[in-house]
Ligand binder design. Structure first.
Ligand code: ATP
Ligand code: MG
Length: 183
């Protein structure tokens, strides 16, 4: 199954971002907007993982969560990866978030999952561009967004069902959640 490791913003942060992006979402209907109820910060994308590797992964992620503390985060402004991905930036205790992302990658590697070597860029994906999209005006329109600070208290292992949501979006299913209990 297709898996990733993530933390999620709490309902207040989702509601705030949802209303802050409502007008721009309506103004750019050709973009594939991600759904507020599915918003997350991907820490490690694992791709297809077999049942055996998953069992070992679950044990290791549980231990990683026990070793890492809750972290204070906020969502601010916007940026893009080319004209493919529009995102809002993660600010706050990004060093702790990076540490947790690194631990998730190590956990995956130890059970034989090949994790991409790309440097981790903390972000929350808001939309994906179809061919010929120009994300620059959308980034400009969201530049002034400054979200409240919230605390990430849990680590999640999430299954992705590609194209299984409304309008061909992917649907995510949380398989395991662990409290962050390190200090
Ligand atoms: P779709 O691929 O149909 O656009 P999606 O990207 O929401 O849907 P997945 O491709 O399963 O669904 O991705 C799950 C999560 O992992 C998303 O947050 C996605 O941005 C992230 N992700 C996917 N591929 C990679 C990758 N190669 N490197 C880093 N993160 C990735
Ligand atoms: Mg994808």
């Amino acid at each position: 199954m297709r898996l990733f490791v993530a933390v999620t913003p709490p309902p207040e942060a989702v509601a705030e971002l949802s209303s802050a992006t409502e007008a721009v979402r309506a103004a750019h209907p050709r973009l594939r907007w991600t759904r507020p109820d599915q918003w997350h910060l991907t820490l490690a994308f694992l791709g297809t993982v077999g049942d055996e590797a998953r069992a070992g992964l679950v044990d290791r992620l549980a231990r990683a969560a026990a070793l890492h503390p809750p972290m204070r985060l906020a969502l601010t402004g916007a940026g893009r990866f080319g004209d493919r991905v529009l995102w809002t930036r993660v600010t706050g205790d990004v060093a702790a978030l990076r540490g947790l992302a690194a631990a998730a990658r190590v956990a995956a590697t130890r059970v034989g999952i090949a994790v991409e070597e790309r440097p981790y860029r903390p972000h929350l994906t808001l939309a994906r561009g179809r061919d010929g999209a120009d994300l620059r005006p959308v980034v400009d329109a969201l530049a002034g967004f400054a979200g409240c600070t919230w605390t990430a208290t849990q680590l999640h292992l999430v299954r992705s069902h590609l194209g299984a949501g409304p309008d061909r979006t992917s649907r995510y299913e949380t398989l395991n959640s662990w409290p962050l209990t390190g200090s």
